[in-house]
Design a protein around this ligand. Structure first.
Ligand SMILES: Nc1ncnc2c1ncn2[C@@H]1O[C@H](COP(=O)(O)OP(=O)(O)OP(=O)(O)O)[C@@H](O)[C@H]1O
Length: 231
């Protein structure tokens, strides 16, 4: 479980995040919506420990963690908008490398299983990443998150630039990860995707979470209307 309690971040006198309270339980997919500059990436960067909060707390499984805490690295995985991997290594070699960094030494069969479970076709397992599409890179990125056994996955604009088929595959994969008990937090601009794959939706404006909704209780068109009224 991932929690923010009254989490705030100031840059000088500018308040990028103001008293954020948010919980992502195992099995939940929390989608953060908001205009450019609303504070979504700031929130993710605080959870990741890339930046220090000005006030407030971050908890993982009810335990407060500090920015330097190693526990954070163990439990969290991050899928950025563009998954950065080694272009001159194959999918298997990338997965093996990052798994070993996280302390896991898997057999080739195990590595291939992670990649297949994340939707990467076997024919691509031994190919260099340099030739991969954005969707394929993302599958390898997610396989790395799964292989390191992270219970919390943070994603920043994961569907931007994906074609409809890759977006649909991504949606199915995220639902599967949630059903396996991962806590997933995602910053997105994609209202329709938030409704179809999210369990919870938060709308941010100027560093504040101003609406929290259950995805099951709102249609995409109602969410779009609310969003447009909000911003
Ligand atoms: N290092 C920094 N110094 C000063 N201001 C910053 C810094 N990082 C972010 N900000 C400001 O904080 C605010 C929130 O930015 P943030 O990147 O979290 O927004 P966002 O919701 O992720 O936007 P986008 O959809 O464009 O990614 C913005 O006004 C941004 O300019």
């Amino acid at each position: 479980m991932l929690q923010a309690i009254s989490l705030s971040k100031n840059y000088g006198s500018y308040q990028a995040l103001n008293q954020l309270n948010l919980t992502v339980n195992p099995g939940e997919v929390y989608c953060l919506l908001g205009q450019n500059g609303a504070g979504k990436t700031t929130t993710i960067n605080l959870f990741l420990g890339f930046i220090e909060p000005s006030a407030g707390k971050i908890l993982i499984d009810n335990e407060e963690i500090s920015a330097s805490d190693d526990q954070r690295r163990k439990h969290l995985a991050y899928i950025p908008e563009v998954v950065m991997l080694y272009g001159n290594l194959s999918a298997i070699e990338n997965l093996d490398y990052f798994s070993k960094l996280a302390g896991f030494d898997y057999s080739e069969a195990e590595l291939m299983k992670f990649l297949s479970n994340c939707g990467l076709q076997e024919a691509a397992h031994h190919k260099h990443l340099a030739g991969f599409s954005k969707g394929m890179r993302q599958k390898v990125g997610i396989a790395i998150a799964v292989a390191k056994n992270a219970k919390i996955i943070l994603m920043d604009e994961p569907t931007s630039g994906l074609d409809p088929k890759a977006t649909a595959e991504f949606t199915e994969l995220v639902k599967k990860l949630a059903s396996e008990g991962k806590s997933i937090l995602m910053a997105t601009h994609d209202i329709f995707n938030a409704v179809s794959l999210g369990t919870h939706i938060g709308i941010m404006k100027q560093g504040e979470l101003i609406h929290t909704l259950l995805a099951s209780e709102i249609s995409a068109s109602d969410l779009q209307e609310l969003y447009l009224q909000t911003i």
